[in-house]
Design a protein around this ligand. Structure first.
Ligand SMILES: [Zn+2]
Ligand SMILES: [Zn+2]
Length: 166
């Protein structure tokens, strides 16, 4: 539960405020509206009335919080956060969100040299130029540690691919 809470801390304040206002408004509207005034609804069992007043608005609020989470999470992963937020809102039944969680990029990590946060897909740090992944000394493209030769230019690679000198 603690780890979940840690992860949820990135939800923007705007989303928290919107979720809280929506919850209170929906609960108050339900309680003061149909539940207090409509004859037919008044005869419903108390449990049903309580669920309608307190649980149904909660689902709406959780939806808002999840959209806020997608926005902040996509942003820190350097993904197209506006597009993903819209997908999370408008693709029905939460399918947009499931899609997001399946497709999202890995979290950016700090550059080992200058500590600036760099998206996981980058080969070089845009700030200081440090080679975050092993690169070919000839063509500068990304190579893998297991390669004997560069797949891009054919240069023979040293056994232990050196990281760019600091
Ligand atoms: Zn750097
Ligand atoms: Zn190369």
């Amino acid at each position: 539960m603690n780890r979940l809470w840690e992860r949820m801390r990135i939800i923007p304040t705007t989303a928290l405020v919107v979720a809280a206002i929506l919850y209170l408004t929906l609960a108050a509207t339900m309680w003061l509206g149909p539940i207090s005034h409509e004859r037919e609804v008044q005869e419903w069992p108390m449990v049903l009335k309580l669920v309608l007043t307190f649980v149904a608005p909660l689902i709406v609020s959780i939806y808002v919080l999840l959209v806020g989470f997608v926005y902040a999470d996509a942003r820190r992963r350097a993904m197209r956060h506006t597009m993903w937020t819209l997908i999370a809102i408008f693709v029905p039944y939460g399918i947009g969100m499931i899609f997001y969680f399946a497709m999202r990029d890995p979290l950016p990590a700090p550059c080992p040299q200058c500590n600036v946060t760099v998206p996981a897909s980058f080969t070089f740090c845009p700030h200081c130029g440090f080679a975050i992944r092993p690169t070919c000394s000839q063509c500068g493209k990304q190579v893998e540690n297991s390669w004997a030769n560069c797949a891009h230019c054919g240069t023979k690679l040293p056994k232990d691919v050196p990281q760019t000198a600091a």
